[in-house]
Design a binder for this molecule. Sequence first.
Ligand code: ADP
Length: 658
Amino acid sequence: MNLHLGSPSTPATRHWLGGRLPLGLAGLLLLVLLGLSELLLQQVQQRREDQQRQQVSSQAGELRARLLNELNGTLHLATGLAAYLQSRNGVIDEAALQPWIEGLTVQSRHIRNIALAPDNRISYVYPLAGNEGALGLYYPDNPLQWPSVQRTITSRQPVLDGPISLRQGGQGLAYRVPVFLRDGRYWGLISTVIDIPSLLRELPAAARSMHLQIALFSQPDDLSSPPMLGSSAWRTKAHSQLQLPVPGGQWLLLARSTEDASGSASMVWLRLLAWSLSLIIGGLLALMLRAAQQQQRARQALDESRQRFAQAFVTAPQGMALLTPQGRWLAINQQFCHLLGRSASELQQGDLLSLVAASEQAQASHHLQAAQTQPQQWESRLLDAFGQTIDCQLGAAWVEGQPPCLILQCQDIREQKRIERLKSEFVATVSHELRTPLTAIAGALGLVVNGALGEVPASMREMLRIAEQNSQRLTLLINDLLDMEKLEAGKMPFNLSRCSLAAQLREALSSLQAYAEPLGVQLCLQGGDDVMVEVDPLRLQQVLANLLSNAAKFSPSGAQVTLGWQVTGDWVRVSVRDLGPGISEAFQAQVFHKFAQADASTTRQQGGTGLGLAICRRLIEHMHGRIGFDSTPGQGSTFWFELACQPPPATAEDSPHA
Ligand code: ADP
């Protein structure tokens, strides 16, 4: 039968969980979580920016289309005019041309004027009003415009130039179309001036409605040239850059979302949230690791305590066993097996009770039952493998666990019993052998001292008195020793009968008067209504005589000793109160022990054996009572005993036993 010791943790796991690693691990996990959340946030931000870029691009594309639409609509008119001039072989008929151009300008809202420049000199302007300054302009003479005009002529393609400062005042876009006649001869230019504010008027509002900020550059390659629209300050931070193909060049449309700020604010909240979540998760992980660590430590402590218990169980010098509440063996140590001369597997066939002597089985079963609520200790005779009985001191206590069980201790007390027996026999023999001659000596001395055998010479009287006193003291000691021995061997006869307590107390008081008088102590009785008690009157007198004589001998001369009784419920308490020195705190626990005397020298003065109270206790317990005392050192003592009150007698009178 083995004890299950569990599996203790290995040193490696102990080190792992016992050190600071869990906290470090939790910190590391927290850092990883923070890093991951940061990465995730950056991805989210990136995706949002991409989406924003895409949206801005598509919205900017819409704006570009609108602008190109407005521009191309305007430019097509000039292209139509070039075809008209070609068909007229370059001959300008102002009367026919006027209504035609007028019609064209009405159709296009953004045209400020249209000028015809045969041989590069403007000879016709419509409308003339407000544009008179342009008439007569000869392009080769204008250094600002001539390079662009030259490019138009050499490339034979229309060019949109500008913004340019106009001779007639203000700024505009100049759309110049070179006209070549059918024979390939260069005729001149058609220059259409486009009003920039008019062309771009609707663009900012449209951009705002799309939550966009825009900028339009006519010369994207020239970083110093100012934008036609918007600001160049955020040129590098644009979300979208779109090229606008215009005749002879390219414009650039930049756009960015105005919702940037709100986007980054939401990222701040998102970041805060992610960090808080990381902290919470990190904290939870730390708590979990801590709990696991504590659990591990508890398990480790449990393992160690199990191991210690198992070791103590195995190496204990006395028999030890674990039992089910019914007394069946769960585990048994080697010493127990050795004591009973049986192997563990043999014992396992039966239970504890089957090993207890038949006459003591009921008692053992009762103790096993009671041990489930309170530890028990009792003596039992166990049968060994050869049918011999072994005197054992057994102790049982309840152990909560899985499963709950009783732990049993067994001490072999055969040797102790043998010594006790020897001692009692010795005391009994010696006492018996001493009593008879001593009684004779004491009797003879008594006769001599009292002068029954004639006048005693004065020189011998004192010596004879001392000899008589000592022989009496010796008789007392031997009587006490014999009483004690009888009580312990269970050989003291008890004749219990119902008696009047008051009568018993009166009798004891009068018997002790003769003892108290020479000490100068007054004995008095104090009590209420009489009660009936069931006692052996002889033994009760013995107890009272002991308590009263103690009280008298420890009282100062002239003091009073009070014998009284008091009924409380079903019990009556008899007390003997004196005004002597009381009992020191150090001695109180031993008062009822055998041969206990607080101060041997004082007691020798007073006389006494140190057995009186030990005998009283056993006598009272045999009469189903209890005994005790209350004492304050220096203020006297009260020795008491309690007995069960008996119902009053049915018959008329109840005579006391003396
Ligand atoms: P003894 O025969 O020595 O009186 P007891 O057993 O009657 O033996 O008393 C034991 C000891 O208890 C005494 O020696 C004494 O020290 C103490 N004792 C008993 N009664 C009293 C008392 N009334 N006042 C003080 N001490 C007492």
